[in-house]
Design a binder for this molecule. Sequence first.
Ligand code: SF4
Length: 615
Amino acid sequence: MGWNRKVLRVNLTAGTCTPEPLNMAWANDYLGSRGLASKYLVEEIDPKVDPLSPDNKMIMATGPLTGTMASTGGRYTVVTKGALTNAIACSNSGGYFGAEMKFAGWDMIIFEGKSPKPVYLYVENDKAELRDASDLWGKTCWETEETIKVSHQDPQIRVSSIGAAGENAVLFACIVNDLHRAAGRSGVGAVMGSKNLKAVAIRGTQGVSGIKDFPAFLQATSAAKKVLADNAVTGQGLPKYGTQVLMNVINEMGALPTRNHRDVQFEEAGKISAEAMHEKRSTDGKTHLVTNNACFGCTIACGRISRIDETHFSVKNSPKYWGASGGLEYEAAWALGAANGVGDLEALQYANMLCNEHGMDPISFGATVGAVMELHDLGILSKEQIGLDANFGSAEALCKLVEMTAHGEGFGKEIGMGSARLCAKYGRPDLSMGVKGQEFPAYDSRGIQGMGLAYATSNRGACHLRGYTVASEVLGIPVKTDPLVTDGKAELVKAFQDATSVFDAAGICIFTSFAWTLADVQPQLQAACEGDWSMDKLNEVGERIWNMERQFNLAAGFTAKDDDLPPRLKTEPAKTGPAKGLVNGLDKMKPEYYKVRGWTPEGVPEKATLERLGL
Ligand code: SF4
């Protein structure tokens, strides 16, 4: 079996920690992690609940491959109703925390209620208890992790925590583990903060036992690792350049959203690219990139560890930021850079470090700053209102705004609402570049048409990790499709969404899908887990997870109207590049997609679809 069959239920109101058996019937239908935790959430909360109320729940969950020798098998997810989106939220993180949860013997931890005072959960194998976190409240994620390790005198404890952003209900607050890995999107950190839960600290020494057929598992995981090693993207591109390898590629194809999506190409993309991170700086002769880095069990190692220029204006008086630290990854570099017209690599790394330190999603933060800069450019927000000149391209403004937002100072409080609420407040809701309240990631859907449909229909709001058709439309994985046409994209988006649901539920990293299809994952799951995990079953599980999440959102009040893109992407053609003259063809793709999904024209799953999936 790939599961420990044990759930820890933590009632923060009562201060109790209670073990219970994992619902194996649900595990059979939803596999684990994103799928299984979402099933628990859907069964246990009112979809209309206020995300920041004690009645919302937050679930940390592993998958059956988490903690095993499957490559990238270190993932864990946080499932809740999102503070930023009001939709179902599932944020996924790497590092080592997920594997440690498995080693301690738990598949899942369910947090409910609200603690009357700040606490952290300490788990040591079977032992679990809530401890006073009064002295941790106010500390950064980095300080919290260090303080917990020192106080328990155990450097091998793994910690997930919130920083000032989560404590202060910044709506895109995230949960940071292992210093620079994060369950980043949809405001899961704000939910954790609303519960007065500062951190979860775990130490597990039990390993992973009970793999159903160990020789078969060894064979399947070894074969799958060879596929990763032999693939040009996962074997060479990602280890050497990280996800940042995409910066120049996406810019050249005219799909790099720039200055709040006014443009689709950034003239300074080369200065913030993966290649630039390898170049020696003129100031100190060192490269920005120090080394690559891997999460638990990962044979790809796409992570970046970088060192900022000590003479840069952002840190010259702050030695604490001079050491090597996580970043930059592509999405953060885009959101902090091109989205704001900022081409200063050191400034981006500084802003990224502050996002990690204080627990903020750099995508939503950076994209919200892009909206602020456009409102400033249009004269809607003055220098006096913002507290500084927030001009497109200003690295100084970016660095100051990240400090203000992290600490909840001045206009930083407004940025902490996210772009949808902020733009609505200032009378221009159309300038928020996102879907369902969540900001877009780094692909302009005028140049990559399928991504427009993937964003619009994503169950957790705009997101690249729910249906990454970039793989097909840009990289030709598993087959090349034309990024500039809408034909066939409904089927493509559905296939990516369903397959991604299975990758997530298994407990592995979605970046394996640059090389793996479900056919590479299937033998690993079949060898690890009892029961039938055939391709047919996995396809059905993926579709079931997607439809279950959809049903939750419909019950929460979302409708087909929310499966939409900002008017800019549908009415303002791309100005340059291969997509010049194009807008996104969502209005053509959406009805096709609903049909392919077995949904009504109003976007509601048909009775026959629900029955087929057992929903
Ligand atoms: S591919 Fe990158 S993000 Fe994924 S598990 Fe490996 S190091 Fe972590």
